[in-house]
Design a protein around this ligand. Structure first.
Ligand SMILES: *Cc1c(COP(=O)(O)O)cnc(C)c1O
Length: 379
């Protein structure tokens, strides 16, 4: 079946017991046991819940993995996946990973003895230099946030396989509609389901998909042990969001391409970062591994004051944290997603106080351009 069909027909489109054309919200903590000596599929909602299972099966199907796991947030998923490694292990991580991932690696996981080396994973030589005798995994994000840097998944995942490393890809920006890392050789895919999968800025969610049952069991042990699980209502919202993923993301992506091209020609814009632009570094690599450029783009204005004026003036786009919703959101990485990254490190990565990130929603592209034009002509 084609991907569009799988979004709607994923095996859970009809409740077998009632015929309900929608996954019931099983708002229960526990399950009556018909025989206390025999195991049964569901016994306690931290360990498993039928509503959650529908989402877990769905994301596993869409990412083409063996098993899926749902969490209360993207960070819940990432923290739980990192929990499968032993003290004394080392992992290689993209230097511009999501700020929250950077933060937990540098605080909690460092304290608990999981070492890491952050490096430019778009360059295979840098990855090769980062490997150590205790390296167990590589954590990639492509396109990265907020500069949409591209890592060649084939090269990096081959390297991981040759060195027996568990490869993890944060696929939040692309979703399985545009990029399926497991099909390219990744062992684990993680998501913030808060973004495009949920899609309506109304729910926090996280997901992890394992290529094999064996890796799945490791993740399940942390999910069940730490309990960073979502409630059934939140799961229901993500399941509902996934049904319209293709329609939403393709519309937003189309507008993002128009807006990126328009920004390139604006006199008050210094540079534009969008994998769909011919000028974008790694564009060809990106289109070898992904079916589209996505709906997130970043750009730099000329001064910090111009950035402040932009945020003060925009009226359609919401100045806010997050992305992937039906509403267009403008973020200020230095104060929001990357506020936790030390200033000199930020500057080195190019995450400056003139950088603005846009997540394009479902408004008319022309209306958004008018809004941005007014805001850019402020100073
Ligand atoms: C938002 C985000 C996360 C974290 O997800 P939460 O749902 O906010 O916990 C992780 N990775 C990426 C790429 C994100 O955009």
């Amino acid at each position: 079946m084609k991907f569009d069909t799988l979004l709607i027909h994923n095996g859970h489109e009809c409740d077998k017991t009632t015929g309900a054309l929608g996954v019931p919200v099983f708002q229960t903590s526990t399950f009556v046991q018909t025989d206390v000596n025999a195991g049964q599929e569901f016994d306690y909602s931290r360990s498993g819940n039928p509503t959650r299972k529908a989402l877990e099966d769905t994301i596993a199907l869409l990412e083409n993995g063996a098993a899926g796991y749902a969490f209360g947030s993207g960070m819940g998923a990432i923290a739980s996946v990192l929990g499968i490694f032993d003290t004394g292990s080392h992992i290689i991580v993209s230097e511009d990973v999501y700020g929250g991932t950077y933060r937990i690696l540098n605080t909690f996981y460092k304290r608990w003895g999981l070492e890491h080396t952050a490096c430019d994973t778009s360059n295979i030589d840098t990855i090769k230099k980062a490997i150590k005798s205790n390296t167990k995994a590589i954590f990639l994000e492509t396109p990265s946030n907020p500069l949409l840097k591209i890592t060649d998944l084939n090269t990096a995942l081959n390297f991981a396989r040759e060195h027996d490393l568990i490869s993890i890809v944060d696929n939040t920006f692309m979703t399985p509609l545009l990029q399926r890392p497991i099909e390219l050789g990744a062992d684990i895919v993680v998501h913030s389901g808060t973004k495009f999968l949920g899609g309506h800025s109304d729910v926090l969610s996280g997901l992890a998909v394992a290529r094999t049952e064996k890796i799945g069991k490791l993740i399940y042990a942390v999910q069940n042990g730490f309990g960073a699980i979502p409630g059934p209502w939140d799961v229901f919202l993500v399941l509902r969001g996934i049904k319209t993923l293709k329609t939403r993301l393709e519309t937003s992506q189309k507008s993002a391409a128009v807006i990126a091209a328009w920004l390139c020609g604006h006199k008050n814009v210094d540079s534009v970062y969008y994998p769909g632009l011919d000028s974008h570094p790694g564009r060809d690599t990106h289109f070898k591994q992904a079916a589209g450029a996505g709906a997130v783009l970043s750009f730099k204005v000329k001064t910090k004051e111009a950035a402040a004026a932009f945020f003060a003036k925009i009226s359609l786009a919401a100045p806010a944290v997050s992305l992937g919703g039906v509403e267009t959101i403008a973020s200020y990485p230095v104060r929001m997603s990357h506020a936790g990254v030390p200033v000199d490190e930020r500057e080195r990565l190019g995450i400056t106080d003139t950088l603005i990130r846009l997540s394009i929603g479902l408004e008319d592209a022309g209306d958004l351009i008018n809004d941005f034009d007014c805001a850019l002509n402020q100073s």
